[in-house]
Design a protein around this ligand. Structure first.
Ligand code: AMP
Length: 425
């Protein structure tokens, strides 16, 4: 688990700002769900056979004997909230978004943390593929707003209860005679959920996968029509996509649409050789038409996705993409002596109310160190408050580039500064 130090905060801020703006535009409302939930929510929701639940979930035993889990993903918690608060009676679709920390007991490796952040969008109560396309568009737009180029949307359909069981059989029949060529994990997965072998990053399994039957050829009419329509929406929205017939995502609850958004990174080998493209997955999601019911609600179709914030931050830094601009102070307040120092807190607050961004160095007494700090901050003006000014009800206003100083009435100082700062913009 890692600290996010002040120098990295502007990146997070930029990502959350872009998310808020885009969410608002597309009519999504913010929800915040607890970091800790009953472990059964994820066992039933995310699924017992998934890596997230089986290997990566942090669990806690309470004094009362309950077992809780630190949330490893957002969707089950938001579905629980949808059911618990009777959102089915709200006007549908219910469009929700959130961001915050998630926890997975991962092997520490570059870019993978045990506490990390995601932004997450979910839509309930709408079965149209237009919603799947809109979610893809929203994440694509967030990444574009952050100035990412080279984005590729990978899409697939993994069918539904009508067609997936049959495809699983077809796939299992293909894998059985080849099981010795699979990794240890996939030998086991083959029996529990053969679809998961398609997800495996092991080179051996990737080779086996190349000839495997594709689910696209086995979709039922409903799923086929949904997928075709989704692709038409993506075409119309000018979203560049690529069909990946083996994209399954590691979770049990998806139905029909699954997708990921990648960005390509050019890797320059040290010794001359050709540059290679390395893909980084930033977003993953899909439709989950059965989950609301599995978690005790009605039959409500839903669709959603999440993006990994730390990974976006790492790539923004690597590519020199701009973080949030946090405006520094344009004025500095220096105080000389006990009485002026006592008056400073109140004066700072008056200037804050007047929306003047002001720096100070309350712990310092010498004018020289305070002016040095003002210089370092690059402010345009410094206010100097000494004993005499307090008695006269005035303050000294020093223009930093010329060193000119003049005295202004204390009650006029906010207006005076505002005027001058406006003129020098
Ligand atoms: P997932 O929920 O596993 O589909 O992941 C969605 C995105 O979250 C990924 O594409 C990553 O960018 C990010 N992500 C997942 N797990 C981690 C982790 N342990 N540390 C940092 N980012 C992660």
């Amino acid at each position: 688990m890692h600290d996010i130090l002040p120098e990295d905060q502007p990146y997070f801020q930029r990502i959350f700002q872009a998310t808020d703006e885009i969410a608002q535009f597309y009519g999504f409302e913010k929800i915040t769900v607890p970091v800790v939930e009953n472990i059964e929510l994820y066992e039933r929701g995310t699924g017992l056979g998934t890596d997230i639940v089986e290997k990566e979930m942090f669990s806690i035993k309470t004094k009362g004997g309950d077992t809780l889990a630190l949330r490893p993903e957002f969707t089950p918690g938001i579905v629980r909230a949808y059911n618990q608060h009777g959102m089915l009676s709200w006007p549908q679709p219910v469009k929700l978004y959130t961001y915050g920390p998630l926890f997975r007991y991962e092997n520490p490796q570059a870019g993978r943390f045990r506490q990390f952040h995601q932004i997450d969008f979910e839509v309930f109560g709408e079965q149209s593929p237009a919603i799947d396309a809109q979610i893809i568009q929203i994440f694509y737009t967030v990444l574009k707003e952050l100035k990412f180029g080279h984005l590729i949307v990978e899409v697939n359909s993994i069918g539904d209860v009508q067609c997936r069981p049959y495809y699983k059989k077809v796939l299992a029949n293909y894998l059985r005679p080849r099981q010795n060529a699979l990794c240890q994990n996939c030998k086991r997965r083959m029996k529990e959920n053969p679809l998961r072998t398609l997800d495996c990053k092991d080179e051996k399994c990737q080779r086996v996968k190349l000839q495997a039957p594709q689910i696209i050829d086995h979709l039922c009419e409903g799923c086929k029509a949904h997928f075709k329509s989704l692709l038409e929406f993506l075409d119309e929205a000018d979203l560049p996509y690529h069909l990946d017939p083996y994209l399954v995502r590691g979770l049990d609850y998806y139905t029909k649409t699954v997708f990921e958004i990648f960005t390509d990174k050019q890797i320059q080998p040290e010794e001359g050789g050709e540059t290679v493209l390395q893909r980084s997955a930033l977003v993953g999601g899909g439709r989950y038409d059965n989950l609301v019911k599995i978690l005790g609600g009605k039959d409500v179709p839903a669709s959603g996705a999440a993006a990994g914030v730390e990974r976006i931050v790492a790539l923004m830094k690597e590519r020199g993409l701009p973080p949030a601009q946090i405006p520094g102070p344009r004025v500095f307040l220096a105080q000389l002596g006990d009485l002026p120092k006592k008056k400073t807190l109140k004066l700072l607050e008056e200037l804050r109310k007047a929306k003047i961004n002001i720096g100070e160095s309350l712990g310092r007494d010498s004018l020289r160190t305070q002016l040095a700090k003002a210089d370092k901050l690059g402010v345009e003006y410094t206010l100097i408050l000494g004993q005499r000014e307090i008695l006269d009800g005035t303050i000294v206003l020093r223009k930093m580039d010329t060193g000119e100083q003049e005295t202004v009435r204390m009650e006029k100082v906010a207006d005076e500064l505002k005027q001058r700062l406006k003129n020098s913009k």
